[in-house]
Design a protein around this ligand. Structure first.
Ligand code: C2E
Ligand code: MG
Ligand code: MG
Length: 261
């Protein structure tokens, strides 16, 4: 609760790249908590707790606004680079006000809805069934992109998955870790890619760390990757200086445009 008051949260941004042309296709916003004495507290240590005590609503709303504000700032200076992803907790999706809030943020920060991608965990989507379906359809009608996060770790009902208005399927990093040598991980990843593609979803793998993992994913037809092989999550200034290209109108200081990745 104090972390909110003391402004101890911040967002880091991790790039996502296309395996077809190595271009930047978007980024994921990840929360960071810098405690005055404990230092960096990983999200695993406080997100679950915040979900239990309800603080996640306030934190999640702060993340949404901060991410939209950051896009607005980047849009002033840099070329568009794709969608910014924000992780949504289940409790946020259960909030009746969520839709109006997202509409308001898109309007305030002059963002096209497709610039915002919402990552929702497979576990939440599957545990909610019918109610989740209605909310997801409303979000989809707004025009924001929807991704199913940590795919493969929950208990997916494929007949239910078929009815969801999803755009992106994100393969959980626990399956990526064993690639290419672990034959079980290999088989699972291959099957998830085939499933996603046949359902016309964009498939992205998270937690990609080695060239061998990247090669396996490319060979199997995975379209995008995210992971340390491309970059750690970065502070906004570092992300923009490394990955974003200024618009032509902004060359007054004769800074050259960055070459493609
Ligand atoms: P996630 O959404 O699945 O995010 C991916 C996590 O993998 C991030 O951890 C990221 O830093 C880490 N990662 C990225 N590339 C690699 C890699 O190559 N190797 C390895 N080993 N890890 C990699 P992080 O930032 O610690 O976040 C952990 C989880 O906390 C996230 O998992 C997400 O579920 C949750 N989280 C983070 N920010 C938010 C937020 O703003 N709201 C909500 N509700 N949850 C959040
Ligand atoms: Mg995520
Ligand atoms: Mg994950």
């Amino acid at each position: 609760r104090r972390a909110m008051e003391r402004n101890e949260f911040s967002l880091s941004y991790q790039p996502k790249i296309s395996l077809l042309n190595q271009q930047l296709v978007g980024a994921e916003a990840l929360i960071r908590w810098t405690h005055p004495t404990l230092g960096e507290v990983p999200p695993e240590h406080f997100i679950a707790l915040a979900e239990e005590n309800g603080m996640i609503l306030q934190i999640g709303d702060w993340v949404l606004e901060q991410a939209c504000m950051q896009m607005y700032e980047w849009n002033k200076i840099y070329q568009p680079f794709g969608a910014l992803s924000v992780n949504l907790a289940g409790a946020q999706l259960r909030q009746p006000k969520l839709l109006a809030r997202i509409e308001q943020l898109l309007a305030n920060y002059r963002l096209a809805p497709e610039c915002l991608q919402l990552e929702i965990t497979e576990n939440f989507i599957m545990s909610q069934a019918e109610e989740a379906l209605a909310v997801l359809y409303r979000l989809k009608r707004l025009g924001v992109q929807l991704a199913i996060d940590d795919f493969g770790t929950g208990y997916s009902s494929l007949s239910y998955l078929k009815r969801l208005p999803l755009d992106i399927l994100k393969i959980d990093q626990s399956f990526v870790r064993g690639l290419p040598d672990d034959t079980h991980d290999g088989a699972i990843v291959r099957a998830i890619i085939a499933l996603g593609r046949s359902m016309q979803l964009t498939v992205i793998a998270e937690g990609v760390e080695t060239p061998e993992q990247q090669q396996f994913l490319a060979d199997e037809g995975c379209e995008q990757i995210q992971g340390y092989i491309v970059s750690l999550p970065l502070r906004p200034e570092e992300f923009s200086s490394k990955f974003l290209r200024t618009t032509v109108s902004d060359f007054s200081d004769s800074t050259p445009a960055k070459p493609p990745l």
